[in-house]
Design a protein around this ligand. Structure first.
Ligand SMILES: [Zn+2]
Ligand SMILES: [Zn+2]
Length: 258
């Protein structure tokens, strides 16, 4: 039976150097539950190291944690990868780590905290997670699809760190599963500005780096189950699955923008 799921598929943790230290597994799960969000994806920059902790922190709770990552490509474009569980995400992490160079300077970029499900510090990632990998947009999308995941172009309306902002267009050879629009752009403006890409579904997520930003944007899907493959079907409008609506929260008021 199909039912609606409210999703926020772009949530950072304290592992992301720009992520607030309060973005710990238990605090994230508590806020997601408070807001009645049904599915989140943990999408730290170039790493999957905190996915397991958030997943464990959510055990037994009415929320599904999908395993994600926000990869920074060679072109300095951000691409979201979404998987059902940690296993393919960790395989992608190996590919990404091999293509990543540099050491983090916490004083400049921030701490990269690896936490456990009790919100205890397990260690600090030393790689420069905020840096660009040596993988092209095409390489990343191909790697994500090979591992059975979804590849979503992140915040395409932003000037910096977006595929369209960096390249000016989406390369023909790249097949994203969806495009993400930030709250900077209304749905109406997105349809005008990105009219060349209307073959894609436009999703909205929070890109939360702080607790108060979680759920700032959400997308409702009609799915049979809370899985990445079901979301993939909804993005392709298969078997009755579909995107139902997107919401953007403005000044703590929920306003439907589509
Ligand atoms: Zn980003
Ligand atoms: Zn992000």
């Amino acid at each position: 039976m199909l039912r609606e799921f409210r999703t926020d598929l772009h949530v950072h943790t304290c592992l992301s150097p720009c992520g607030d230290l309060s973005m710990s597994p238990r605090k994230i799960v508590a806020e997601v539950l408070r807001q009645g969000i049904n599915i989140i994806a943990v999408t730290d920059h170039n790493s999957a190291a905190n996915i397991g902790a958030v997943t464990k922190a959510a055990e037994g709770a009415p929320v599904v944690v999908l395993a994600g990552m926000e990869i920074c490509t060679r072109e300095e474009a951000h691409v979201l990868a979404i998987f059902d569980n940690e296993t393919p995400a960790l395989k992608l992490q190996s590919v990404v780590y091999n293509a990543l160079s540099g050491v983090n300077n916490p004083d400049v970029f921030g701490l990269q905290v690896m936490a456990n499900e009790l919100d205890e510090v397990e260690g600090f990632e030393e790689r420069l997670l905020i840096g660009a990998t040596d993988l092209s947009v095409e390489d990343v999308v191909r790697a994500v699809h090979k591992l059975g995941g979804l590849a979503i172009a992140a915040h395409i309306d932003r000037e910096s760190y977006s595929v369209i902002g960096q390249l000016g267009f989406i390369p023909r050879a790249v097949t994203f599963d969806a495009l993400e629009v930030s709250e900077l752009t209304s749905d109406k403006d997105a349809r005008t500005r990105f009219s060349d890409y209307m073959r894609y579904v436009f999703v909205r997520n929070s890109d939360a780096h702080t607790i108060d930003r979680i759920g700032a944007q959400t997308t409702r899907f009609l799915l049979e189950a809370p899985t990445a493959s079901e979301i993939g079907k909804a993005l392709r409008c298969e078997d009755g699955r579909k995107l139902v609506s997107v919401e953007t929260r403005i000044d703590n008021r929920q306003s439907i923008v589509r």
